[in-house]
Write a protein that binds this ligand. Sequence first.
Ligand code: ZN
Length: 182
Amino acid sequence: MAVKEVIRMGHPVLRKVAETVKPEEIQTKEFKQLLQDMLDTMKEQKGIGIAAPQIAVSKQVALIEILSQSERYPEAEESELLVIINPVLTTLDETTQGFWEGCLSVPFLRGFVERPRKIKVDFLDINGNAQSLEIEGFLATVFQHELDHLFGKLYVDRITDTTKLAYQEEYIQFHENNDVTE
Ligand code: ZN
């Protein structure tokens, strides 16, 4: 168990394009330790995803795990634990959908972000095997949010209407049940 510090907006590592992972690196002890640290940190923070740059490791790897009992995102459907290495994202449907996003690196805030509703992601999995997934709905937003972290972007960069950037408490009080999300 190694919970790492999650770095926050303003830390320069969050603004760098992360390095791609070499395929031979994936089976190493060090890399497995990185994945374990990311998982431990994500669980401790009750996140549904985490990217290596968020623990100050500038490598192209992200984890996504949506559990049905997620406190932060009760609308989410369940997914298995996905390890995403060196992802390449393709938009399959430009039609956007909006969700209120949050981020472990931008604590206490929520912001409404519109993103393409359907994407394809090509990546290497935990065994270094090439995978391709077509993803839509809320999970497509989660993927785009996490993958943004690997390219130096934060969800706040994607907010087009800054009147929909709120503190968590005000979000719950004024917005949670009032905004159409799709
Ligand atoms: Zn984030």
